[in-house]
Design a protein around this ligand. Structure first.
Ligand code: 2RA
Length: 354
């Protein structure tokens, strides 16, 4: 029998990408059951070319489910993933609710697949999209050269803040588009947005059009943003280096989809650019685009919609021994979320049907 999959949160930004990914990948699933809040129940969504009616999320809805994916806010996952697990499903959760739980493995299939077998709570967590953008590349470099320090600056897309983020950025771009009088005086973009969009809520704490915003997530101790701590804590857990030195600054940029990271990575011994290229080129789902002479490097606009992560601008740091600087782009809704979740779910399906 082919395993039954439940997709919880099928109507959100990541859920929508999940349905198209499930329609594109090898069809290993028997039934695919779509679950969402009462508000979305009854809607019809297309999966594998067929209309599927969304069912209300209830404990009974997990009956007979082998794997349940969750693409919902933390508090919904916190409540419902254990219910799915109690009903006998393996829950693969894309929220932040369980990522740092010592009894929940945090999995990147290309980096630490074996950790997925030890899941005492019946839950597997999918990392945050910012961490995931660099994990395939950094995992491969760590396996070969032993990572000791990571300093990261992110350039995060609006869709990391969900559909509300996408809608807000398009609305802002519609206001500033063609306005050659904006971006010339402090506060002029902000004033133009208030003038046209009024007090419509924004998930961003400052204008994103014609701007960059050094904030993602919520406020944590000592001025850190939650997103920056996720990069630190999740990188340590996935790579299995509990004392890895990590410092991150997370920045939102006016890009719809695809996160980018500038990474300053220190290793136990020197690594040449050629060695790094060789390892990264051989790493699964990593593509190297790196020819400075012809200005070939990854950009979000050229990476969006693709499955791999793209690495370029690899340089040996001039003043820091054993250190590489590089730039990486990855679609935050695919590798950063739905694709990694789908990949984990496929691993579990293979394990259950072996
Ligand atoms: C963001 N990483 O980009 C978050 C989404 N999970 O806001």
């Amino acid at each position: 029998r082919k395993p039954t999959l439940a997709v919880v949160g099928a109507t959100g930004a990541v859920g929508t990408v999940m349905l198209s990914i499930l329609s594109e990948r090898a069809d290993i699933w028997g039934e695919i059951r779509l679950l969402a809040s009462k508000r979305s129940a009854g809607k019809k969504l297309k999966v594998r070319g067929e209309d599927v009616v969304v069912q209300e999320l209830t404990a009974e809805a997990f009956h007979g489910v082998d794997v349940a994916m969750f693409d919902v806010p933390d508090e919904i996952s916190a409540q419902w993933a254990p219910i799915a697990a109690a009903a006998g499903a393996v829950a693969v959760d894309n929220s932040g609710a369980f990522r740092m739980d010592p009894d929940v493995p945090l999995i990147v299939p290309e980096v630490n697949p074996d950790a997925a077998r030890n899941r005492p709570r019946g839950i597997i967590a999918n990392p945050n999209c910012t961490t995931l953008t660099m994990m395939d590349g950094m995992g491969a470099l760590h396996a070969k050269f032993t990572l000791t320090e990571l300093v990261v600056a992110s350039y995060q897309a609006a869709s990391g803040a969900g559909q509300a983020g996408v809608d807000r950025l398009y609305d802002e771009l519609a206001v500033v588009g063609g306005r050659r009088d904006l971006g010339v005086r402090a506060g002029d973009v902000r004033a133009a947005l208030v003038d046209k969009l009024g007090d419509a809520p924004s998930p961003f704490p400052a204008p994103l059009a014609l701007n960059v915003v050094p904030w993602a997530g919520s406020l944590k101790d000592d001025g850190w943003a939650s997103e920056e701590l996720k990069v630190r804590n999740e990188s340590r857990k996935i790579l299995g280096i509990p004392d890895l030195k990590v410092s991150a600054t997370c920045v939102r940029v006016p890009v719809i989809t695809t996160h980018s990271l500038a990474v300053h990575a220190t290793f136990a011994s020197p690594v040449t650019v050629a060695q790094a290229h060789e390892v990264l080129s051989a790493a699964p789902n990593v593509v190297v685009i790196d020819d400075p002479a012809t200005l070939q490097f990854p950009t979000p606009a050229d990476s969006v919609g693709a499955d791999p992560t793209f690495v370029g601008r690899v340089r040996q740091a001039l003043d820091f021994p054993n250190t590489l600087d590089l730039f990486v782009c990855g679609d935050n809704l695919r590798k950063g979320a739905a694709l990694n979740t789908a990949h984990i779910a496929e691993m579990i399906a293979a394990e259950l049907t072996a």
